[in-house]
Design a protein around this ligand. Structure first.
Ligand code: C2E
Ligand code: MG
Ligand code: MG
Length: 396
């Protein structure tokens, strides 16, 4: 994704407390915050993401703020930059000038210590919260079918081979003015406005219709749908889902719902009720983004999950980083001991694929296998994959 992520802030500071504060403020004003507390982490974040706004501490051990500005200029960063520092206003002002002369989009300065309200006001003023996306626009988008779903294939080990077993439904918004928007650009708005219920119903209906369609075409392909924490609190949800499955004549076993740990913190009993009813009906339940710090081990045995999805960030570290490989192997063994299947997300290279295959991972998903695609392309992909794999097996 080369376009800027409109709702994303990168906060760079060696004070972890300050970073946590920015994360909290970000959550409050509805933007996503990623952080870096070292030069290495800063470069990693810039390589991976395109924040709309960078809040940069001028003084960090091991990183000179001016050097960081030069680095951003070399990378061609188009993000707006806010400088923060405990140094006096004049130092901040001259650093800002330097940024201007490097061609960076310098937005202003923040004198530390800063008041919470000041930081909040700065974020709101300088972020383009979805460039002015409104709940009304999103409501219209849902009603007028501006949302579309891309499916990312997932392969599963079967009889010593990897087969296309299902596809994850990932929502996109074809915005008439802004072009294709990715989930992280509008899901926070959907959550805040309650429209996530409409978004999810749209995605679920599409996915369940696809399951029925693939079955009619003689393909044994399931679908997975991401479920917002809010829907996991909705007691009507299992019945609505049951109706949808019947309407499209889709087997519940072909549907898996993915939730993150956040889903079950507020009211564990209610969530347990809903999860258990879903599992009893035969629907799969996956714990998404495992290994990111937002997921916990207790979830694994307390909630009736059928699968664990290991987050891209951890998967990206293997096979090069030995400790990450050790953690990954341990997660796979732990999940198996709890009778859960394990899917690794974000498989980007053949080396990672082979590592995970050897480590006993049950399912794999990621750009190395296939990027998300329109549903109509899945069938062709599945045949092509099977062809390549069959010939590889025969040759091997
Ligand atoms: P997720 O459920 O963890 O989905 C995986 C994300 O990783 C997707 O991004 C996918 O395109 C991306 N990805 C897959 N393989 C690779 C890879 O090899 N390398 C890299 N760098 N990335 C890879 P996407 O589509 O932008 O979705 C982001 C998140 O938005 C999803 O993360 C999910 O949490 C959320 N989301 C997407 N669709 C829906 C939806 O319909 N409802 C809800 N509630 N959330 C959704
Ligand atoms: Mg997911
Ligand atoms: Mg995930």
């Amino acid at each position: 994704m080369s376009q800027r992520e409109r709702n994303l802030v990168l906060a760079v500071d060696d004070e972890v407390d300050f970073l946590e504060l920015i994360e909290q403020i970000g959550a409050g004003v509805g933007c996503d915050v990623i952080t870096a507390d070292s030069a290495t982490r800063f470069r990693e974040q810039i390589a991976r993401r395109q924040p709309a706004l960078i809040l940069l501490d001028l003084q960090m051990p091991g990183m000179d703020g001016i050097e960081a500005l030069r680095y951003l200029a070399r990378q061609g960063t188009t993000a707006g930059i806010l400088l923060a520092s405990g140094m006096d206003q004049r130092v901040l002002a001259s650093a800002r000038q330097l940024g201007d002369s490097l061609g960076l989009r310098m937005l202003g300065t923040l004198q530390k210590p800063a008041m919470l309200e000041d930081i909040e006001a700065l974020l709101v003023r300088h972020l383009e919260p979805g460039e002015g996306l409104t709940a009304e626009e999103l409501a219209r988008a849902i009603a007028e079918h501006e949302l579309s779903i891309h499916y990312q294939p997932k392969v599963r080990r079967a009889h010593g081979d990897w087969q296309v077993a299902s596809a994850e439904a990932l929502v996109r918004w074809r915005h008439p003015r802004l072009g294709l928007l990715y989930p992280r650009e509008f899901l926070p708005l959907a959550e805040r406005s309650g429209l996530i219920v409409g978004v999810t119903d749209f995605v679920l209906t599409d996915a369940i219709r696809q399951i029925g369609h693939w079955r009619q075409r003689g393909l044994n392909i399931g679908a997975t749908v991401n479920l917002s924490p809010r829907l996991v609190q909705d007691l009507e949800f299992p019945d609505r889902l049951g109706r949808l499955l019947r309407e499209f004549d889709a087997a519940p076993e072909q549907l898996t719902l993915e939730v993150t740990e956040a889903a079950s913190v507020d009211d564990p009993e209610l969530v347990m009720d809903i999860f258990t009813r879903l599992r009893v009906r035969g629907v799969g339940l996956a714990l998404d983004d495992f290994g990111t710090g937002t997921s916990s081990l207790t979830q694994l045995y307390k909630m009736p999950f059928s699968e664990v999805k290991i987050d891209c960030a951890l998967v990206a570290e293997v096979p090069h980083t030995k400790p990450a490989a050790t953690v990954l192997r341990a997660i796979i063994d732990l999940a198996h001991a709890l009778s859960l299947t394990v899917c690794a997300e974000g498989v980007e290279t053949v080396q990672t694929f082979e590592f995970l295959e050897q480590a006993g991972c049950d399912a794999l998903q990621g750009d190395f296998i296939a990027v998300a695609m329109p549903a109509a392309e899945i069938e062709t992909f599945a045949h092509a994959w099977q062809g390549v794999h069959r010939s590889a097996t025969l040759q091997g």
